[in-house]
Design a protein around this ligand. Structure first.
Ligand SMILES: [Fe+2]
Length: 223
């Protein structure tokens, strides 16, 4: 007997070796927070900037780095389109803060770039997107199962680390128990060759799973 695995969920991780970038970003994001009370989206207790970070001149270096990384991902993912960074924002999460579980509608690739992080400062948690598999949870043997059987995984924040994933992947930021995390959050949009950048999408707000289900055309049967 042999085993075949289908439909993997790709997560791309890069450690960017540019310490001065993070120093500049930390200074600029803290200045931004001091001048702007920000918005409330998925953030609980943390500061969430407005979502036009990609258009502000002080973040040009970060934006170019993100485009370069995204081009590599598009190549690997066999995508025949040009990356387009649709919106971006900064989060500052002090102790006690978190971000609720959500997905990013109307985007193709989403992710986070950590500017500053310390231990126990709020892991990024991703969840198995195969929601149909949740109908049964068999008891597992003792010990850690192989990675292919995990239903969730957690990433420790690390300064200079970029993590990118498909925008349909449900994720959240666990409560920050120590230190302060500063991060840039990224949404590359579903813009294909020859499509106009100024085409307005219907609704870019992050959606929790319940909000997403409320939009379904059929009534899900729940028990
Ligand atoms: Fe997100």
């Amino acid at each position: 007997m042999h085993r075949e695995l289908h439909f993997p969920t790709p997560i791309y991780i890069a450690d960017i070796q540019d310490p001065t970038l993070n120093q500049e970003l930390e200074r600029d994001i803290l200045n931004w927070m001091n001048q702007d009370k920000g918005v409330v989206r998925t953030n609980v207790k943390g500061w969430h900037s407005h979502t036009n970070m990609q258009d502000l001149p002080e973040y040009k270096r970060l934006v170019s780095m993100l485009y370069a990384a995204q081009k590599t991902i598009y190549d690997q993912e066999h995508l025949d389109s040009e990356p387009f960074l649709g919106n971006m924002w900064a989060n500052i999460n002090p102790p006690g803060s978190m971000n609720r579980a959500h997905i990013h509608p109307n985007s193709l690739w989403s992710g986070v770039y950590y500017v500053k992080a310390s231990e126990n400062s709020g892991q990024l948690k991703i969840e198995d997107p195969k929601s149909v598999a949740l109908m049964v949870r068999p008891r597992m043997k003792q010990g850690k199962p192989p990675r292919r059987l995990w239903r969730e995984d957690n990433y420790e924040p690390k300064a200079g680390r970029l993590i990118m994933f498909p925008s349909w992947l449900s994720h959240f930021v666990k409560p920050n128990s120590d230190g302060k995390t500063i991060a840039g959050n990224i949404n590359f949009k579903k813009i294909l060759k020859n499509e106009k950048e100024d085409e307005k999408e219907e609704d870019d707000e992050p959606k929790t799973r319940l909000e997403q289900m409320a939009k379904l055309k059929y009534d899900p049967i729940t028990d």
